[in-house]
Design a protein around this ligand. Sequence first.
Ligand SMILES: O=C(O)CCC(=O)C(=O)O
Ligand SMILES: [Fe+2]
Length: 454
Amino acid sequence: MSLHGSDRRDTSSAGGNGMVAAASLRLRLNPNKEHKPDGYEDLQLDFSPNIFSSLERYLPPSMLNVPRDDKAKFMREILLKYLPLGERSRPLHRELYSVNSATFFVPSFLRAINDNTEQSFRSIMSEPSPGIFIFDIFQTNFCELLLSEIENFEKWVTETKFRIMRPNTMNKYGAVLDDFGLETMLDKLMEGFIRPLSRVLFAEVGGATLDSHHGFVVEYGKDRDVDLGFHVDDSEVTLNVCLGKQFSGGELFFRGIRCEKHVNTGTHSEEIFDYSHVPGRAVLHRGRHRHGARATTSGNRVNLLLWCRSSVFREMKRYQKDFSSWCGECSREKKERQRSTIAATKLMHLHAAVPANIIVVPYFPLLFTPLSCEHESIQICSIIIIAHNSRSPHLHKINFKRSCVHACKLHEMENRGNKVNEGRVKGSTAAAYGCCNSEVEVNEEKRKNWERER
Ligand SMILES: O=C(O)CCC(=O)C(=O)O
Ligand SMILES: [Fe+2]
């Protein structure tokens, strides 16, 4: 199991990355995420203004606060120096660089977002397995434009022998969309469209406070990546949309949500879910939902991934140990703890309230049904109930489907010589011994007789 981490970037290629050196100043290898870059839309530049905003985060610290024109000049020189004239990666489809709802999204998705209610969201999606939401999001034309923009970018990368960062340590192909000018558009996609959904669907993992993203495309098929191993994403919420093209295989397989501590624990049958990608269709899931992608066996598959993160959630998580609101294993552990606490409480009650020769616990007529009324000796994995308010207290034996701590306790008392199958109960004292283990066999007819007898 691996974490698809945010800082998976290949730092070993420092010297080989053409953009690193410029005059005597060097760009940073990793962006300064705290720095808020200037906007460059109003300047007449050779390259997309978004490239300048993205690149600004890589400026050496001494340049971050110089006047904007100086930064633009510096960055332009770097870009011109390393990009042969005429072969610059100019945007092919400028309309992709800012969100245009009417041309990007299918009408059903837009309507749901505009309504902004849980009901409207759920009306356009299915949840075939808990925490995995599937819905149509992008128009075919938008997918095609984005695919051709990516191709254009990759052609330029190949021709200029420019070394780009791959999206993950697990991918040899694909590209970080943020790095070639789509960061602002993807930010808007997260803020205006994915955050409203996540606020409702993933509230417990910071869905309402998503505030940064990592946006990239993955590419599978011939001469591309084949499959993707089992992993969790470095995100709170992941949007995964298939852009095309024609392919077979490449199914996603999901295997339950896990916190860091439980990431390698086993899968339960109800957590198994496989999904086949459809172009234009989105899968939205928690980043901690364990998954992988099977081999794309023919054709080419390109998917857009938007890992959405919440800094607030990440900060709060540092102080928490129990993630039972979303981690399948924490949740199972918690239920188990609650079961034992109930059992322990009953045991304490038993010790405090009764004479040594009678065993007492609260009486749970609906949960316990006597299977026989013989005054027979008590066995392990059996239970004695003396009915509440019974005129003639009876001992009832109940068989457990599995052994129970109480039964063992009973056995222990018997061994100590206590007469546990005798005694009278006064007034309304509940005189029974047991636990509300719902796995007790229930015999409805006998329960009714017993009620009548009372
Ligand atoms: O190939 C896919 O659809 C899954 C991609 C993925 O899970 C990832 O890149 O994190
Ligand atoms: Fe993933």
